[in-house]
Design a protein around this ligand. Structure first.
Ligand code: S3P
Length: 184
């Protein structure tokens, strides 16, 4: 069903996945890239390979500002080097205006959403979520989600071409929902 839905033509417009941590951007991006035969890029993994450091260590040792600089440089490079790719961004990539401009120019932007309680459950169930993702505030998970989402939702909304709710859907169903809004 996915392959059927993905049998579109090719174009140099890319697809950008934005949204909070735990919304499935990387998993869904990989499914779409494989189905469409396009490159898949995960901004966080690219930052780690280009910097030779983990996201957590950049945050902890150099601070969030240094991470955001890496993020901006990496998004600049990826969107220049790989037109037409499927690009999964980190949850905070929308914070800088320069990034939003860059992502808008790269292609169709899909905002993956989920209920905050569901996000908390997914992040807690995900060992990487606990061990690998740096905390963004000093609040607990659900409070942190509510606080960060309140700040970021207007930015996600401003950038998004489509809003894709993920509650109750598996990643393949989310991929199909994106293809219902975007013609590759
Ligand atoms: C962040 C989200 C993370 C990663 C970094 C900061 C954020 O990406 O970029 O830990 O500010 O929301 P994911 O959304 O892929 O977890």
């Amino acid at each position: 069903m996915i392959r059927q839905a993905m049998s579109g033509g090719s174009s140099i417009r890319g697809l950008v996945l934005i949204g909070y941590r735990g919304t499935g951007k990387s998993t869904v991006g990989r499914i779409l890239a494989e189905g469409l035969g396009r490159p898949f890029l995960d901004c966080d993994r690219e930052i780690e390979s280009r910097s030779g450091r983990s996201i957590r260590s950049i945050f902890n040792e150099s601070g969030e500002g240094a991470f955001r600089d890496w993020e901006e440089r990496t998004l600049d490079a990826l969107t220049t080097e790989s037109p037409g790719a499927i690009l999964a961004t980190g949850g905070g990539a929308v914070l800088r205006e320069a990034n939003r401009r860059r992502l808008r120019g790269f292609g169709f932007v899909a905002w993956l959403t989920a209920d905050p309680a569901e996000l908390a459950r997914r992040l807690e169930a995900d060992r990487l979520g606990l061990a690998g993702r740096p905390a963004l505030t000093t609040a607990g998970t659900l409070d942190e989600i509510a606080q960060v989402l309140a700040d970021r939702s207007p930015l996600y909304a401003e950038l998004a071409n489509a809003v894709i709710p993920t509650d109750g859907k598996d990643p393949s169903q989310v991929a199909v929902a994106i293809l219902g809004c975007w013609t590759p």
